[in-house]
Design a protein around this ligand. Structure first.
Ligand code: MF3
Ligand code: CO
Length: 270
């Protein structure tokens, strides 16, 4: 016999909506494991928040993340992931994402940096990132951080059980554009929980009512990258990872990991 969720998904698929495969809808037991992983991930970010300061290298952030995660029974998910050499992504100023920690990259007063932490605990994956302002930052950088946070919050507010991923994207993209900013295309969020990157791919530039149906049990990230200038970017040719803005403008990103329940979309990484 089909559950009512399966029946609803079947009907929506018949109507042409993109619906998640049943394997993407987590069981209560899996959700428990994912929640615990997300709690550790949040604690790692809190630990970074407590210690991050000017004069520190991004390799020092990597050490904070590696030590705290492993001391609490977890594994940093980025370490060795498709050859990524470090435990965390640290993306500074004009870096869009996937910055590699380096002992020669020193945080300076006025910098903005995204620290993107991902954790494996008992086989369950979690992922979240925050922006940090190092000392006093420019008005220009302050405005970008404020709008980026508003974008993610608006995206979350637009997320409703049985709505669509495109509802989130539309809320984010329209707020970014209203503020004269752009949203990066072709790099997006993702399903997460049993793997680091699962289906669905989560675009932040899709129209309302399009993309996958938000069925209860789905776990994914909301992690738009907001550029102050053009959305264009390029990847570092030497290290193959670090993504930079094409026009050298600032970029910011905040990442939440969420769970769709029967009556809510809950942030697991608070
Ligand atoms: N946390 C990043 C994401 O949003 C991870 C990128 S893969 C890594 O998916 F290897 F760089 F960590
Ligand atoms: Co992510």
């Amino acid at each position: 016999m089909k559950t009512s969720i399966e029946h609803k998904l079947w009907l929506l698929a018949m109507q042409g909506h993109i619906t998640p495969d049943k394997s993407l809808l987590k069981t209560p037991e899996q959700i428990e494991g994912i929640r615990k992983s997300a709690e550790l991930n949040t604690a790692v970010l809190d630990h970074v928040a407590k210690h991050i300061k000017a004069g520190m290298s991004t390799a020092d952030i990597d050490k904070l993340v590696y030590d705290y995660t492993t001391e609490h029974g977890g594994i940093p998910a980025p370490l060795g992931y498709e050859g990524f050499p470090k435990s965390v992504c640290t993306s500074l100023n004009n870096e869009v994402c996937h910055g590699i920690p380096d002992e020669n990259i020193i945080l300076e007063e006025g910098d903005i940096i995204n620290v993107d932490v991902s954790t494996i605990l008992n086989g369950y994956y979690s992922d979240a990132s925050r922006m940090f302002a190092i000392g006093k930052i420019s008005k220009r950088a302050q405005r970008l951080l404020k709008v980026t946070e508003e974008c993610v919050k608006r995206g979350l507010a637009a997320a409703k059980p049985w709505g669509h991923l495109g509802d989130i994207a539309d809320a984010i993209n329209s707020h970014a554009q209203a503020n004269g900013y752009s949203v990066v295309e072709d790099i997006g969020g993702h399903g997460i929980g049993l793997e680091f990157h699962e289906e669905p791919y989560v675009s932040y530039v899709a129209p309302k009512g399009t993309e996958m149906v938000l069925a209860p049990g789905l776990t994914f990230t909301i992690e738009p990258m907001i550029n102050e200038g053009s959305p264009d970017f390029f990847v570092d040719e030497d290290n193959g990872w670090t993504v930079y803005t094409e026009d050298d403008g600032l970029s910011a990103q905040i990442e939440y990991m969420v769970l769709v329940t029967e009556d809510d979309v809950e942030v697991l990484t608070k």
